[in-house]
Design a protein around this ligand. Structure first.
Ligand code: ADP
Ligand code: MG
Length: 263
């Protein structure tokens, strides 16, 4: 007997879609870091509790979000980075689809506190299932944005059960932030557990790429690096990076690769 075809509930559709973007705390943090970078931040601080399952807090000093935009910021397909299809050819931001915050808000409780340069004060709003819960409230705050994500997957039982090990999740978070920190010298990053005084990853805005490799992977690697690079105008291709020289040998190979489109 043929099954009855029914249209899925919008909330179900959104929750399933969210599960494809956000599978674990480290994915949510990656999306939030990319938003901080798109907002031209020079300082990005991450605090987590229970490997990000209980709490993720990402604070930046970027451009902030306009109060008027806070109503729709967590809805699906709302973005400040793309207006028309043709813009895709010249886009220089990490994001453009307006799906990340929406996805996160469908599987967690999200609070955004933000201040733009010309606003007199900061504003705070909380979201669930893509929607703002009450009008934004004025509050104190520095320029930039702080996003907190609480109780990730509170409404996705299967996912929550699959992510039982906070230490494993924390290790993945450290890995994601480390990679972005190395790729983005000139911007300071830090990650710590809530309540800790010392950070587990910390880079300074004055540090070079090699300094960042040193602080994350240690001096044994950073002192044996050779700068490599090449460029091909015809292929519109440019590569730069560091590899270890012949003095350096270890069993474990570490390979960090970032691929970007250049305009
Ligand atoms: P996208 O990055 O694809 O635009 P997101 O869901 O990640 O979509 O974010 C939606 C919008 O929220 C962004 O376009 C941006 O305007 C705003 N936003 C999110 N995070 C930040 C941030 N840290 N600083 C400033 N604006 C932000
Ligand atoms: Mg984004």
């Amino acid at each position: 007997m043929a099954g009855v075809i029914r249209r899925l509930d919008e909330a179900v559709v959104n929750r399933i879609a969210a599960g494809e973007v956000i599978q674990r705390p480290a994915n949510a943090i990656k999306e939030m870091i990319e938003n901080c970078l798109d907002a031209k931040s020079t300082s990005i601080q991450v605090i987590v509790k229970e490997g990000g399952l209980k709490l993720i807090q990402v604070q930046d000093n970027g451009c902030g979000i306009r109060k008027e935009d806070l109503n729709i910021v967590c809805e699906r397909f709302t973005t400040s980075k793309l207006q028309k299809f043709e813009d895709l050819a010249s886009i220089s931001t990490y994001g453009f689809r307006g799906e990340a915050l929406a996805s996160i808000s469908h599987v967690a409780h999200v609070t955004v506190t933000t201040k733009t340069a010309d606003a007199k004060c900061a504003f705070r709003a909380t979201y669930s299932d893509g929607k703002i819960k009450a009008p934004p409230k004025p509050c104190a705050g520095n320029q930039g944005t702080q996003i907190t994500v609480e109780d990730l997957f509170y409404n996705v039982n299967t996912r929550r059960k699959a992510l039982k090990n906070p230490n494993e999740e924390y290790a993945k978070i450290l890995e994601v932030v480390s990679r972005y920190a190395i790729h983005n010298s000139g911007i300071s990053f830090s990650v710590k557990k809530q309540g800790d005084t010392v950070s587990d990853v910390r880079t300074l805005s004055s540090a070079s790429t090699v300094d960042n490799i040193r602080s994350i992977f240690g001096n044994a690697v950073s002192r044996e690096l050779i700068e490599v690079g090449c460029e091909d105008a015809n292929l519109a291709f440019k590569m730069k990076g560091y590899i270890t020289n012949a003095n350096y040998s270890v069993k474990k190979c570490i390979f960090l690769l970032f691929i970007n489109l250049w305009k």
